[in-house]
Write a protein that binds this ligand. Structure first.
Ligand code: PLP
Length: 399
């Protein structure tokens, strides 16, 4: 067993900040009220929810009443897409998305297509995982009611041109939703800059608790609730609120904003050092994702001639946690749908590893990674019949 532990999987989830836990504990203990109750205990809970809503709304630059709490990013995506689709069916039945979305979006679109009579256009992306706003424009037809394109991709980190797309959806009178679960907390994000009508976020990607998320819904957007019950969240999301989780989400957002630029710049420097060091120590290495328009913490690299799963196991033995695809698709041996959509050849995508850094990482940890990763890759390559020291079997020299 390794005596080191280095967590480089922050896009899967982040550790709960101790200060967030502190903010949550009272609502798991003495302040156990139901936020719908009129009495003192109920009011304590309501105040905690209102406070968190104010903090998060202010971070997004929106009015608090335009944010509703959900059970996470997945529910926020489901509510946005199904909610808009069902409420606007009289206007049309066409939805536009991209091939690189998270499964929370892709499978929701497929459900609407297979079961509810909608048609969906799944847009291609370029080799960097970038959606073209021109393609969005071309795909819009008179039946189109919703465009849903993620802000930043969870596997490769590419940041999509939301502003340009929003200009088009505005002109065409089509609603625009974005899944900002990965970008929130990693890049500056203000609703008015992006121009979207709906936006999903999740607490556990920003050192908050799992099982809490939020959906921004612009005033005037017609949306149908996808679960039915009480009058919570202004009739848009029934169910007793997760008070401690919401309080934790608010605290996580408050902390996220402290020294935001300094923190993200530090993480980017560490990520780039890791990238540079690995490139210097190894050949046949490919960066997946946009070289510049990318989340500052995300480094997705393909180590040609090696299986991603073998790398992960060997990294784990050295105490390093990374990922192959997204946490939701790992465990399946299918090549990543994101890398496939980017046109990455199967023999290259199979050796893809996502390193996603965060606040807890240090330079010393990156140095350790640079010491142990190249020998792991070299050893695994020595076992590969396809690897001949930088030269392909057909004789061509690799970059
Ligand atoms: N969307 C994206 C881009 C994600 O990366 C994730 C989580 O990995 C989700 C949605 C789902 O969020 P949650 O885990 O809060 O349901």
């Amino acid at each position: 067993m390794a005596n080191r532990f280095i967590y480089l999987d922050h896009n899967a989830t982040t550790p709960l900040d101790a200060r967030v836990l502190e903010a949550m504990l009272p609502y798991l203990k003495d302040k156990y009220g139901n936020a719908s109750s009129i009495h003192t205990k109920g009011r304590e809970a309501r105040e905690a929810i209102d406070k968190a809503r104010r903090i998060i709304a202010s971070a997004l630059g929106i009015a608090p009443e335009d944010l509703i709490f959900t059970s996470g990013g997945t529910e926020a995506d489901n509510l946005a897409i199904k909610g808009v689709a069902l409420a606007n069916k009289d206007k049309g039945n066409h939805i536009i998305t991209s091939k690189i979305e998270h499964l929370a979006v892709l499978n929701t679109c497929q459900f609407l297509e297979k079961r509810m009579g909608f048609t969906v256009t799944y847009l291609d992306v370029d080799k960097y995982g970038m959606v073209s706003s021109e393609d969005v424009k071309k795909a819009i037809k008179k039946e189109t009611i919703l465009v849903t394109i993620m802000h930043a991709n969870n596997e490769v980190g590419t940041i999509e041109p939301l502003k340009e797309i929003a200009k088009i959806t505005r002109e065409k009178g089509v609603y625009f939703h974005t899944d900002a679960v990965q970008s929130f907390g990693k890049v500056t994000l203000k609703i008015e800059d992006l121009g979207v009508d709906l936006l999903s976020i999740s607490a556990h990607k920003i050192y908050g608790p799992k099982g809490v998320g939020g959906l921004y819904i612009r005033k005037g957007v017609k949306i149908y609730p996808h679960q039915h019950g009480g009058h919570h969240e202004r009739n848009r999301r029934a169910g007793t609120e997760n008070v401690s989780g919401i309080a934790g989400f608010g605290k996580a957002v408050e902390l996220m904003q402290e020294d935001f630029e300094k923190k993200t710049e530090r993480i980017k420097i560490l990520r780039d050092k890791l990238h540079r060091g690995l490139t210097e120590g190894l050949d046949a290495l490919h960066l997946n994702g946009h070289p510049a328009l990318r989340l500052p913490n995300t480094l997705n690299l393909s180590f040609e001639f090696v299986e991603g799963e073998s790398i992960l196991i060997n990294l784990d033995l050295k105490g390093i946690c990374a990922a192959t695809g997204s946490a939701c698709t790992s465990g399946s041996l299918e090549p990543s749908h994101v890398l496939t959509a980017m046109g990455v050849a199967p023999e290259i995508s199979q050796g893809a590893i996502r390193f996603s850094l965060g606040e807890i990482n240090s330079e010393e940890e990156v140095d350790y990674c640079l010491e142990v990763i190249p020998p792991i890759i070299k050893r695994l390559r020595e076992m590969s019949p396809l690897y001949k020291g930088g030269i392909r079997e057909n004789g061509s020299i690799r970059e």
